[in-house]
Design a protein. Sequence first.
Length: 230
Amino acid sequence: MSQTHTCNERKHPLLLVATWGLPLKWSLAVYQAEEQYLNPMISRTSLSLLTEMINPERVVIVVQDTIAFSKPETAKHLCSPGFLHGERLDEGDDLDYRKVRRWAERIVRDWIKECSCSEAFTRLDRKGRLVIEVVPGRGRYNNWEYGVFEPDGEEKRVNMMSSFYAESLFLLLKHLRETKARTLAVDLTHGQNYAPSLFSHAAQMALREAPWYSHVKRGKPTQIRASTLQ
């Protein structure tokens, strides 16, 4: 399901944002919007259909850094970027956090190119209008511990929910300012666990904090049906 927040009619750029989990596990599906004039679309993500529907100025996908160490078996029987079967980050690598973030972004960007089956993404990427943002996660994934640590290695006590909300709010404000968008569409289909709820609240707060808004009107959610291909 997507939500749209706006303060006026569509006379200004539109920003489309989404929070994603791990796309390597997503199967092909037929997506159909409630607007009957739109043809069904075969893709691995609802964001492809939404991009075709509303033609945004920019699409921003927010993922967590925990996907950086995804393993090939995570995506068995499904399409996965080819590099996952060759070079990848692994235990024992000499890493800094910038490299982890770059790798997480690469996984998503290569998956979009190789596996999403989305012409809309391809067009936006060529124009530099498809942005992948990586935010910190927390927990143990594929034998790697994610969290926030002091320089001496002692872990800070950070509330994961507050951290994700704050990071999302900062990114939303950043992209609203850069695009001067006055309409914000939020795709909540693929977020994991707590992400969709927190991301939706961050989107509403971002619009209230944007200096050119006097008020925020919540648009009608767009219902999207998905039928998985066998």
